[in-house]
Ligand binder design. Structure first.
Ligand code: PRP
Ligand code: URA
Length: 209
């Protein structure tokens, strides 16, 4: 069964609380999301494989650990996942980036796919699927289906705020995918928004409220 990791480091929790505030504007919201993505990325990449390489320090030759193999692919779900990409790229500058465009139908709340562009060798890379909001879980579950159809086998889902409903759905459909979130909130309202949540993440990032 997949694991749910709640990354509740005080710095992450504090920055998330600032993001939740209604008064926080887009510029600050984006900056905080980028910072949290870096901090969470540190946890998410904890078990990346290393190999030993001989290097020369100013004093001696030594064996030193360096990242081994292909770097992960980062796949943001458009639009809001874009807000997490830069923070992750600062940790993994050689990562490849794919994009999956999904929006939720406002009536059914089901995801509708409108874009997909992935690195050709994505099936041979670890994948970090990034989307700040895990509400019903429909978008994440569909994106995970799509990635698996493209051969991905080692996928982690990185979000910011999750609802129990979304966690249940993803774990049921994709028991092999670990979920990382900064907070597990109470639940969903009648429009399938996370409560207390932070509102519409895409609108807050891009100022389209
Ligand atoms: C939001 C969010 C997720 C999705 C979560 O995107 O970024 O992708 O909703 O909801 P779910 O778990 O119920 O599927 P939205 O559809 O609002 O699109 P946007 O990012 O373009 O605003
Ligand atoms: N999408 C968002 O951006 N926010 C929510 O609370 C739910 C879905």
């Amino acid at each position: 069964m997949s694991e749910l990791h709640v990354v509740d480091h005080p710095l992450v929790t504090h920055k998330l609380s600032m993001m939740r505030r209604r008064q926080t504007g887009s510029k600050e919201f984006r900056e905080l999301l980028e910072e949290i993505s870096m901090l969470m990325g540190y946890e998410l990449t904890r078990d990346l494989p290393l190999e030993m390489e001989e290097i020369e320090t100013p004093l001696a030759r030594t064996q030193a650990g360096v990242l081994s193999g292909r770097q992960p692919a980062i796949v943001p779900i458009l639009r809001a996942g874009l807000g997490m990409t830069q923070g992750l790229l600062r940790l993994l500058p050689a990562a490849k980036v794919g994009h999956i465009g999904l929006y939720r139908d406002p009536v059914t709340h089901s995801p509708v796919e409108y874009y997909c562009k992935l690195p050709p060798d994505i099936g041979e890379r670890r994948v970090i699927l990034a989307d700040p909001m895990l509400a019903t879980g429909g978008s994440a579950a569909d994106a995970l289906d799509l990635l698996k159809r493209r051969g991905c086998r080692q996928i982690r889902l990185m979000c910011l705020v999750a609802a129990p409903e979304g966690v249940r759905r993803v774990r049921q459909a994709h028991p092999d995918v670990d979920i990382y979130t900064a907070a597990l909130d109470q639940g969903l309202d009648d429009r399938a928004y996370i409560v207390p949540g932070l509102g519409d993440a895409g609108d807050r990032i891009f100022g389209t409220l």
